[in-house]
Ligand binder design. Structure first.
Ligand code: PLP
Ligand SMILES: N[C@H](C=O)CCC(=O)O
Length: 429
């Protein structure tokens, strides 16, 4: 495969951009080789600067749930562009999207739009602190909530991929208020709460973590957290930046029937534009400025182009019959095929799957948390990644990320991926 244009662009990019990329995981450091520079994308495909075509299994890290360049989103963006790109003033579309979010995610009674998932999680924790008058919060090892200082402690995603789950630059003062629990381990949470009685403002978690590879909550874990929060006056925050509008209209909270106090959203909510949001109970959300004392603002928050894209995306997901069944069926077929190949080849690698998200771990352990995720053979994952790429399948370039499927994957794509997966496994083992 000729990737000479990507190679020379990457060499040049490194002169002007740290590591040549605007987000670390894109640099392919964990899997070797040079990153591909992407020229365009359409439906299930990405095209690089050398005109190679790849089937998409990242989908911009989740947002492109309908595939790329979907006509509904494209038309909404073009139409919005004709009226100007930013006003810094309220618009009618902001009410429309906020109302639709509250309909799709009933625990969200009021919502504030921001520009990224990072802003959403930072703002939600600040709000929980302001609301409770407490300073500390609990997060889980291997969960990723964006790059806010207080989250870069035992963080998943690019942080663990780059070998820096605890980032320099985060002060001891900040870090001391982040308490670390073990995912799927209620006892570890109870101990932290006991040791920090009446000091914990919030528990924040990815209800279905996708940033240490995909991990599923064990029976009773989310319910147990809800109970603890109720007993201790702690704000329960579900970070649904990945899972929101993906696992179901109402996200992981709908799938597992557990209601958080606050929810953070991102990715799909912007239809591919930079959007995040946080929302939840009215009594908590009314603590946000200008009605309440907790400050949070944004020059481009609620940007009209971004709102048009997000609204078109959410309306489609809300109204198009069978869209989540379609995603479920794509996921089941693909994962079923990959599992068949694993057993045919006598491999016991672990797979976690839910709806349109899955991860194949190069580990024979059941992956239930950060410790077990880290048993994966990341060097072997790197070889697998390259073998798939060579066959035109674009995976997340890290073992510690989930794959994201889109409705644009048709039968022929699924069959091709299953075949490529089997050939790749044979090649690397
Ligand atoms: C669960 C989760 N929370 C927060 C974030 C941060 O979102 P963003 O990258 O839009 O800042 C991400 C992804 O990066 C995420 O996966
Ligand atoms: N896991 C991250 C977000 O979901 C990956 C995106 C990034 O860090 O660039």
């Amino acid at each position: 495969m000729d990737i000479s244009n990507s190679k020379s662009l990457f060499a040049n990019a490194q002169n002007f951009i740290p590591g040549g990329v605007n987000s670390p995981v894109r640099a392919f450091k964990a899997v070797g080789g040079d990153p591909l520079f992407i020229k365009k994308a359409d439906g299930a495909y990405l095209y690089d600067e050398d005109d190679n075509r790849y089937i998409e299994l990242i989908n911009s890290w989740g947002p492109m749930i309908l595939g790329h360049n979907h006509p509904v989103i494209k038309e909404a963006v073009i139409k919005a562009m004709e009226s100007g790109t930013s006003f810094g003033a309220p618009t009618a579309k902001e009410i429309e999207i906020a109302a639709l979010i509250t309909k799709m995610v009933p625990s969200v009674e009021k919502v504030r739009m921001v520009n990224s998932g990072t802003e959403a999680t930072m703002s939600a924790v600040r709000l929980a602190r302001g609301f409770t008058g407490r300073d500390k919060f609990i997060k889980f090892e291997g969960n990723y909530h964006g790059h806010g200082d207080s989250f870069l402690i035992a963080a998943g995603s690019g942080a663990i991929t780059m070998g820096a789950p605890n980032s320099p630059g985060v002060t001891i003062g900040t870090a001391k208020d982040t308490l670390l629990a073990l995912y799927n381990d209620l006892e570890s949470v109870e101990q932290l709460i006991e040791a920090n009685k009446a000091e914990v403002a919030a528990i924040i978690l990815e209800p279905v973590p996708g940033n240490m590879g995909l991990v599923l909550p064990e029976e009773g874990f989310l319910q147990g957290l809800r109970k603890l929060c109720d007993e201790e006056g702690i704000v329960l925050i579900f970070d649904e930046v990945m899972t929101g509008f993906r696992l179901a209209k109402g996200g992981a909270q709908e799938v597992f029937g557990v209601t958080p106090d606050l929810t953070t959203m991102g990715k799909i909510i912007g239809g591919g534009m930079p959007v995040g949001a946080y929302g939840g109970k009215k009594e908590i959300m009314d603590f946000v400025s200008p009605v309440g004392p907790v400050y949070q603002a944004g020059t481009l928050s609620g940007n009209p182009i971004a709102m048009a894209a997000g609204l078109a995306m959410l309306q489609y997901l809300d109204q198009e019959p069978g869209v989540y069944n379609q995603l479920e069926s794509i996921g089941n077929k693909l994962v079923g095929g990959v599992k068949q190949s694993l057993s045919k080849l006598g491999l016991n690698y672990s797979m976690n799957h839910l709806g349109s998200m899955y991860s194949l771990f190069f580990s024979e352990e059941k992956i239930i948390d950060f410790e077990t995720a880290k048993t994966s053979d990341t060097a072997l994952f790197g070889k697998y990644f390259q073998a798939m790429l060579k066959r035109g399948v674009y995976l997340p370039p890290s073992q510690f990320e989930s794959l994201f499927l889109s409705t644009s994957l048709k039968e022929e794509h699924i069959e091709y991926i299953i075949q490529a997966n089997e050939e790749s496994l044979k090649e690397i083992l």
